[in-house]
Write a protein that binds this ligand. Sequence first.
Ligand code: IDP
Ligand code: MG
Length: 135
Amino acid sequence: MPNSQQTFIMVKPDGVKRRLVGEVIKRIEVKGYELREMKLFTIDETLAKKHYAEHVERPFFGELVDFITSGPVVAMVVEGPDAVAGMRVLMGATNPLEATPGSIRGDLATLIGENIVHGSDSPQSAEREINLFFG
Ligand code: IDP
Ligand code: MG
């Protein structure tokens, strides 16, 4: 398959609480990507800090860790042509206010801190995050 890639996708605690797991998975599948791995679990503080290590200096780091550990998430490995960039398009911009209607965040979210999904931002991040969650 041309430039087949794997990316790390996660339905965050707000998405699970709002019963949007099926909606997110439906959008991934109808787009044409495949699910390779999936698990529902609650992230502990150690894993949260590793996952969000790039944001450690940001003022909202504490809130980010508290939020991502606040309830179960659904973590996935998604595969397909250019899946890393493709999933970022499907997710929409980080701030739901700027996310295009038709995207997951554009259609389903209003707040930057509760934007439903995480998706790797580069092939290098994808490899790191897949190893962190499924290695
Ligand atoms: P991304 O999830 O689109 O890759 P990142 O910049 O990696 O966005 O930020 C990680 C997460 O941190 C975002 O999804 C969002 O929930 C949260 N976040 C980002 N910027 C802010 C902010 O300015 N205030 C509060 N939360 C933020
Ligand atoms: Mg990011």
